[in-house]
Design a protein around this ligand. Structure first.
Ligand code: 5GP
Ligand code: ZN
Length: 123
């Protein structure tokens, strides 16, 4: 990573809502966490269980994440959080990406949605 992209990343991170949650600058209903990830309840839940799992370091979206291991451990974390939430009847993991994907917060996150029967296709 060159000096310019390091500076941009730092600026993005300083203005990022989810980075502020990671740093404890904005309160959140934290469910669990690991060394590199944090799980907290969505402020506007779309299902009885609606949890967001995010990396603790700033990554804008899935296309910006070049680390296969980081993505793998984030999905593994989401699966563990869903298990602990007793979503044994099923759940959905969603990663909205970019404008058409409906992404509104530009810090990578996996939505865990469960606790009700979900329809398909999504809107
Ligand atoms: P996206 O639309 O980017 O996939 O998802 C962003 C999610 O973040 C939305 O479901 C939205 O409700 C949630 N969200 C936005 N602001 C906050 C906040 O301040 N706290 C929490 N816990 N969730 C938030
Ligand atoms: Zn961030």
């Amino acid at each position: 990573m060159n000096a310019e992209s390091t500076t941009n990343l730092k600026e993005e991170s300083e203005n990022c809502l989810f980075c502020k949650i990671v740093k404890g600058q904005i309160p959140a209903d934290i469910v669990s966490q690991g060394d590199n990830w944090l799980a907290f309840r969505d402020i506007n839940p779309q299902a009885p269980s609606h949890i967001l799992v995010i990396p603790k370091n700033h990554v804008a979206n899935v296309t910006e994440c070049n680390e296969a291991a980081e993505l793998g451990s984030l999905f593994q974390a989401a699966s563990g959080v869903a298990r602990d939430e007793n979503l044994d009847q099923g759940f959905r993991l969603v990663v909205n990406t970019g404008e058409h994907g409906g992404q509104t917060v530009f810090h990578l996150h996996i939505h865990i949605l469960g606790g009700r029967s979900l329809t398909w296709p999504p809107g």
